[in-house]
Write a protein that binds this ligand. Structure first.
Ligand SMILES: Nc1ncnc2c1ncn2[C@@H]1O[C@H](COP(=O)(O)OP(=O)(O)OP(=O)(O)O)[C@@H](O)[C@H]1O
Length: 325
């Protein structure tokens, strides 16, 4: 893919939470860029630090270490109410839980118009109403939904409201934090298709956070795989799926159900156990644009690829420790 210019850059980001006497390294020195017009997928299993990364980018948390650049500006150096307000407009978030993220006490109209009001984007009440109606249509609902409450809508419709609310302020970047995980599979595809359509029409950029690799593959141009707070592999989506270089990526791919019962019955699941990385472990560019987290001496091992579903004894990778059906 021919990427646009860099919109977001995350550099050496670290987020450490204090949990009692223990320090939890939720995000542990990660770096990546998101380019205009692309969908950058951030995937990994629960607890790997994906949501914390998204929340730190929108500044819900102050980073423990590292830098976040938006349109080339280091957010730590962003000064003035106006510039912060612009940042809060430019970067929007769509949440995982369409049930919990919409205020049940106010009508959909007010939920969608919140950002329009905060940022003074409507000339008058009529213009505000027209904008709300237009946004509802954009996300596949009708203007009549403005008079309803969120509990009167289905999960998919609620997620559409979440998308309309984000679109209302014409953002440059939307952080989609597991936007489909709480939905039925058939609805998931509809929401992903809607996001893709909106991206084409409005030149949107997405940071798409998910644990469901099959949908991430479908929507993302590039993907970073997170494991225990670190990015262990980063590359073009197609390449990463065709030939994953990091064993953790392979184990994630092996857990995607394949729509063939016979294949499923005989396939092996790969489980990943983290090796003891040395101090020098870091992202290495193994092929152009494709990075893998490992110590320098381990790099050649990753170049031994094997077919998905192969038994462990067939693999040369030392980190695929067991197989289970
Ligand atoms: N505010 C917090 N205080 C303490 N620990 C936290 C906090 N937020 C997250 N964590 C911990 O940080 C780690 C990463 O959490 P995070 O929610 O970012 O993971 P995730 O990959 O998004 O998982 P999930 O999909 O389940 O939300 C977890 O161990 C979590 O318990």
């Amino acid at each position: 893919m021919d990427h646009g210019s860099e919109l977001l850059r995350v550099e050496g980001l670290q987020q450490i939470f204090q949990s009692g006497s223990k320090a939890v390294r939720a995000v542990d020195d990660i770096s990546f860029s998101v380019f205009r017009g692309e969908t950058f997928g951030l995937v990994g299993e629960s607890g790997c630090g994906k949501s914390t990364t998204g929340r730190t980018i929108i500044q819900l948390y102050k980073p423990s270490n590292g830098k976040i650049y938006f349109e080339g500006t280091d957010l730590a150096s962003l000064r003035g109410k106006k510039r912060w307000q612009q940042f809060r407009r430019d970067v929007q978030m769509i949440y995982q839980d369409p049930y919990g993220s919409l205020n049940p006490r106010i009508k959909i109209r007010e939920i969608i118009a919140e950002g329009i009001d905060v940022h003074g984007l409507a000339r008058n009440a009529k213009d505000r109403e027209l904008q709300v109606a237009g946004l509802l249509e954009t996300v596949g609902l009708n203007p009549e939904h403005a008079n309803r409450y969120s509990h009167e809508l289905s999960g998919g419709q609620r997620q559409r409201i979440g998308i309309a609310r984000a679109l209302a302020v014409q953002p440059k970047l939307i952080i989609c934090d597991e936007p489909i995980s709480a939905l039925d599979v058939s609805i998931q595809a509809q929401i992903v298709n809607l996001l893709k359509k909106l991206q084409r029409e409005k030149q949107l950029t997405y940071l798409f956070i998910a644990h469901d690799l099959s949908m991430v593959k479908y929507i993302s141009n590039r993907i970073a795989v997170m494991y225990q707070g670190k990015i262990v592999e980063l590359g073009e989506a197609k390449e990463l799926y065709r030939s994953p270089l990091h064993p953790y990526t392979e184990s994630l791919l092996s857990s995607i159900p394949y729509p063939d019962p016979d294949f499923e019955k005989h396939r092996n699941r790969l489980l990943y156990k983290q090796p003891a990385h040395t101090e020098e472990s870091k992202l290495h560019e193994v092929v152009p644009g494709h990075f893998v987290f490992c110590a320098p001496s381990e790099v050649p091992l990753y170049q031994t690829k094997h077919e998905l579903g192969a038994t462990v004894s067939n693999t040369a990778s030392p980190f695929l420790v067991s197989a289970a059906n």
